[in-house]
Design a protein around this ligand. Sequence first.
Ligand code: ATP
Length: 239
Amino acid sequence: MLTISNLHAAYGKVQVLHGISLDVPKGKVVTLIGSNGAGKTTTMRAISGMLKPKEGTVSLAGKDITGLDSHKIARAGLAHSPEGRRVFATMTVKDNLLLGAFPRFTGSRNRGDIDTDLQKAMELFPRLRERRDQLAGTLSGGEQQMLAMARAVMLNPEVILLDEPSMGLAPILVDEVFRIIQRLKHEGMTMLLVEQFAAAALAVADYGYVLENGKISVHGPAASLQNDPAVKAAYLGGN
Ligand code: ATP
């Protein structure tokens, strides 16, 4: 569904990604793990058009989307829930969600029924339903994180990129976020997940890639990475 081949990316002269290739098959959850600064967020940004790749290709459902503007990539069906709480602070929760669906109406793809999808998003994230008329900027950090995820779901995308959805959340909310990811997986959503909690990410994922200094060092089925001694020692707290 999403195929990345030989991706190179840089900030100015600083090269961060040195030829990354990965594959996210339809209906699967793939996780990208790695230490701080390895280039995980940069990979997500290069896929979704927030950063133009220097080299390599990104294809979505067989269509080359490399280097397109991010709104065109969204329109093609790729949703990016970015690291940090990128919500529209002065708009309500509901309006933030409706904006998530906006790219569907600027192209011919999958217009669907927005009200049904809004209800579904609220059901998936009950905390947001309770706060639907609240200004997004007044939500707690964890709630804003959930809003960013719910907004990605509102695109009714082919693939969702989830960048650190649990960042800064209290443990109870981390559990809730992983339950939601599990549920989206169960519904057949294709996802690429970047997570600081590598153990939890591998538990929900089908397949994993380890990124070290801008290169993929190891990849394999999530279950085999969970048992790989080097991966355990470096990313799973040695357990
Ligand atoms: P973390 O887990 O800490 O979020 P990461 O794997 O997501 O790390 P990136 O955010 O992709 O890492 O950063 C990779 C490298 O690129 C780092 O060395 C970082 O300092 C650098 N970098 C990131 N954003 C920029 C930027 N806007 N300008 C210059 N360098 C940047």
